[in-house]
Write a protein that binds this ligand. Structure first.
Ligand code: NAP
Length: 226
C-alpha cells in the first residue's frame, strides 16, 4: 500500500514544512487548510479543510477516500493562538481556541478511525509547552492545548487494539508566521527556527517503526520565553 499522510494546517508555518518533509520521505500527502497550500508536487493534494466544522471534516475524508483506504500518518498541526490578559479576552476568542485546538483534533481523529492501518498508523500532534505549563496571558491557548492532550491520552487507551503509535510534541516558541499575527514582544532570535523543529520531526518519521515517542519536549537553549 502507498504510504499516505494527512497534515492539518498545511498552508503556513510548520504545517507547510511538515508536508514538504513527508513528501521528501515518499509519502502521498493530503494537506488541509482554509486558504490553500503553495506546494506543487505530484503526490500532494491540496484539500480545503476547516477543522472546526464537522461538515468540512467529513468532506475532507470523502476526498481522501477517493484515493486510499489507509492513512499511515496524521499530523494534528492546525492551531489558533492569541495573546491577551483574561479581562480583555473575548468569549469568541476563547471559543476559537477550543474550536481549533480541541474540537478540531477531535473531529479529525473521529474521521480517521475507518482509515487506521492496524499496527502502522502514527498520530503526531503538535501540542506546545503550553499544554504542560501555564504561561501568562494565553489562558485560552493553554486550556485548549491541555484539552487536546486529554483527548489524545484517552484515545491512546481506547485505540489500544489498533496498535497505532501516538507521538505528542511539546515545542517551545518557534519563529513562524504565527508570531506575525499576534505582534509579540518576545525575542524571535530566542525562538527555535522552523528548521530546528523539522530536524526533530524528520527524526521521528524516519526512525524504525518499532520505536514510539510518547512525549517529546524541546525548546531553544535559552529556555522558556514569557
Ligand atoms: N510557532 C510556535 O511558536 C509554536 C510553538 C508550539 C506549538 N505550535 C503549534 O504549532 C502548530 C502550527 O503553528 P504555526 O506556528 O505553524 O502557525 P501558523 O503559521 O499560524 O499556521 C497555522 C496553520 O493552522 C491552520 N489553521 C488554523 N485554523 C484552521 C482551521 N480552522 N482549519 C484548518 N486549518 C486551520 C492555518 O491555515 P488556514 O488559515 O489556511 O486555515 C495554518 O496553516 C499550531 O498547532 C501551534 O499551536 C506553534
Amino acid at each position: 500500500m502507498e504510504k499516505c499522510a494527512i497534515v492539518t494546517g498545511s498552508s503556513s508555518g510548520l504545517g507547510l514544512e511538515i508536508s514538504k518533509t513527508l513528501l521528501f520521505n515518499g509519502y502521498t500527502v493530503f494537506g488541509g487548510s482554509r486558504s490553500g497550500t503553495p506546494i506543487e508536487h505530484d503526490n500532494f493534494y491540496d484539500v480545503e479543510l476547516d477543522i472546526t466544522s464537522e461538515e468540512s471534516v467529513t468532506e475532507f475524508y470523502e476526498t481522501v477516500k477517493e484515493f486510499t483506504d489507509g492513512v499511515h500518518i496524521l499530523v494534528n498541526n492546525a492551531g489558533f493562538y492569541e495573546i491577551s490578559p483574561i479581562g480583555e479576552t473575548s468569549t469568541e476568542s476563547f471559543e476559537n481556541h477550543l474550536a481549533t485546538n480541541t474540537l478540531g483534533p477531535f473531529l479529525m481523529l473521529q474521521g480517521l478511525e475507518p482509515f487506521l492501518v492496524k499496527g502502522e498508523t502514527h498520530i503526531i500532534s503538535i501540542l506546545s509547552t503550553a499544554a504542560q505549563y501555564g504561561y501568562p496571558n494565553v489562558a485560552g491557548y493553554s486550556a485548549s492545548k491541555f484539552g487536546q492532550l486529554g483527548l489524545l491520552q484517552s484515545l491512546k487507551k481506547e485505540w489500544k487494539d489498533y496498535k497505532v503509535r501516538f507521538t505528542n510534541l511539546f515545542p517551545g516558541a518557534i519563529d513562524t508566521p504565527l508570531w506575525d499575527k499576534v505582534g509579540t514582544r518576545l525575542a524571535r532570535d530566542k525562538m527555535l527556527k522552523t528548521s530546528d523543529f523539522i530536524s526533530v520531526f524528520n527524526y521521528i518519521v524516519t526512525a524504525p517503526t518499532t520505536i514510539q515517542f510518547p512525549e517529546i519536549t524541546f525548546l531553544h537553549k535559552e529556555g522558556f520565553l514569557e
